[in-house]
Write a protein that binds this ligand. Structure first.
Ligand code: NAP
Ligand code: G4F
Length: 322
């Protein structure tokens, strides 16, 4: 009998990579489609799985649509990836972010509990919850200190996942994922803004790249590697929480240098710092310790930052040349 998965946020970066992974494993893949943008299926199309997944209309803020999605999909595994995921926007839309990212996760947990409490649940938690870091290397035991409305909302969802596991016995796991990128990353996030900008400058379509805090440091990995960790979590006999990271941290400035170097340009000739892109409160540095995921899931990242940035710049050059 084939396994059935329901993915919220299926049209996002991780939703696309996870869909492809589950289809390769023989799953019937269902996705919650919020129908908010004009061409929301472009990522699934780029991975060649647009016509392989089955969509069900719904929204994370609408519990009844989630109950219907659980019923229609007959899901035995539920991956809650849907979110207002851009940290910068969360200061402009704190209430929406709380409703979608915080209450939305509780809505999904309720739909699972009501329709099929045997189904396994994955919550897309985030290193943004560590915020003002309380340990040099963050792991599952590091105290949280969120620094944005996004981080606060995600912390609510994280603890709700733990609570449904402990109070209702759901097989509910949280992946505390550090930043992960790919050619499918949204243009608002710094890595893709950089690789798209570098490709434009290389092709003579732009002259300058304007960024905010280039001293911020992140632990960046490849989304294609990280969705494997999500799946592995739901294959374990016991639900648990796991940090998923590379264990290497790099500044935005260094990331930018890698991208320019790849196309034979010098970042100093094109990079400008613009206070417009600074945030009201910054997460200065993130560095994860993925030892538990390695020991218990047998998971390890396979893609270096250099390989990741190169892959993204090349994809943007290809797109722009078209
Ligand atoms: P993404 O590309 O921004 O995708 C977000 C998805 O959520 C999109 O499919 C979007 O649909 C959907 N969505 C937004 N609001 C919704 C609503 N009200 N109801 C239903 N769906 C809604 O994000 P991602 O990078 O794939 O990340 C996946 C998840 O992991 C997110 O929860 C994110 O917060 C979390 N996370 C990401 C990272 C990272 O570095 N990428 C790290 C840690 C955690 P539309 O296409 O219609 O907008
Ligand atoms: O790429 P970012 O916008 O990602 P951020 O804020 O770390 O959030 C991402 O990772 C989280 C995991 O830790 C996810 F939960 C979340 O959903 C999202 O996927 O910014 C990275 C860093 C920040 O310090 C930001 O201030 O880059 C800095 N930055 C500097 N200039 C910029 C820019 N960020 C953006 N987006 N645009 C700039 O021009």
């Amino acid at each position: 009998m084939s396994k059935h998965a329901l993915i919220t946020g299926i049209t996002g970066q991780d939703g696309a990579y996870l869909s492809r992974l589950l289809l390769e494993k023989g799953y019937e893949v269902h996705g919650l489609l919020a129908r908010r943008g004009s061409d929301t299926l472009w990522r699934l199309r780029e991975l060649g799985v647009e016509n392989e997944v089955r969509m069900v209309d719904g929204d994370l803020t609408d519990l009844s649509s989630l109950i219907r999605a659980m019923q229609a999909s007959q899901a035995t595994e539920v991956y809650n990836l849907g979110a207002q995921s851009f940290v910068g926007t969360s200061w402009q839309q704190p209430v929406l972010t709380a409703q979608v990212d915080g209450v939305g996760a509780i809505n999904v947990l309720e739909a699972v509990r009501i329709v099929n409490p045997e189904a396994r649940f994955y919550q897309a938690s985030t290193s943004e919850m560590f915020g003002l870091i309380q340990a040099q290397k963050q792991d599952e035991k590091t105290p949280f200190y969120p620094r944005s409305p996004y981080g606060v909302a995600k912390l609510m969802a994280h603890w709700a996942t733990v609570n449904y596991r402990e109070s209702h016995g759901l097989h509910a796991s949280s992946g505390i994922l550090f930043n992960h990128e790919s050619p499918l990353r949204g243009l608002e996030f710094v890595t893709r803004k950089v690789t798209d900008g570098v490709a434009r400058i290389k092709l003579g379509l732009a002259k300058e790249l304007r960024l905010g805090n280039i001293d911020a440091k992140r632990d960046w990995g490849f989304a294609g590697d990280y969705v494997e960790a999500m799946w592995l979590m739901l294959q374990q006999p016991q639900a648990d929480d796991y940090v998923v990271a590379t264990g290497v941290t790099t500044s935005v400035r260094e990331m930018v240098e890698i991208a320019f170097r790849h196309v034979g340009l010098d970042s100093r000739d094109h990079l400008a710092v613009d206070p417009k892109f600074f945030r009201p409160a910054e997460v200065d540095v993130l560095l994860g310790n993925p030892a538990k995921a390695k020991a218990k899931l047998g998971w390890a990242p396979r893609t270096s930052l250099e390989q990741l940035v190169t892959m993204m710049v090349d994809a943007d050059l290809r797109r722009l040349r078209k």
